[in-house]
Design a binder for this molecule. Sequence first.
Ligand code: UDP
Length: 195
Amino acid sequence: ILQPVSVLGLPMHLAQDYPHWIMHRLEQGLGCHVITLNAEMTMQAEETPVLAHIIHQAELVIPDGSGIVFYMRIHGKRVQRMPGIELAQTLLERSTQFGEPWSIFFFGGAPGVADTAAEHWQKKVPEISIVGTQNGYLQPENEREFLDRLKMLQPRLIYVGLGVPRQELWISQHRHICPNSVWIGVGGSFDVWAG
Ligand code: UDP
């Protein structure tokens, strides 16, 4: 467990190598919720107490934005900026370095986007194991089926791209169905990977 430092009343964790910390945690069979913190999110957290609460609960809060890094620096702490999409990519690239590649799930984006993003990664890293996708505009009547699928799959990495703060709220409500998974809100990353 990393000790947080405080940024504008929110916790942030300092680590030399965030992907390594996450991988080590996964190897121990432990899940986590990763928050990629930027200035916009700190403002949203002020207006939305439940978001602030979720950030406090997260096992890992990383400095996504340059504003956060600047704020830390003027308070005497040097931190390495780690944009969320970079963290997400690094974990995908490293997911095959094990005896058995980690299973990965992509949830979010307009219909087709997560599929195209998955195809992009499958081409880039042929051994990658993306076990499922789901677009982010799920009808309420299909939600149960989706949650059952996720529960059955128990993917090691679950990327949720619904935008801030929707993805953070969704993760905090549902992470208990896959307690040993790494859950990361990835914003518009699927759109970027889909091109
Ligand atoms: N999105 C979604 N379901 C929704 C609302 C948004 O899947 O109900 C997706 C949207 O298609 C886009 C992402 O969430 O892929 C939001 O991206 P954005 O870049 O706005 O994220 P942020 O800036 O909040 O990280």
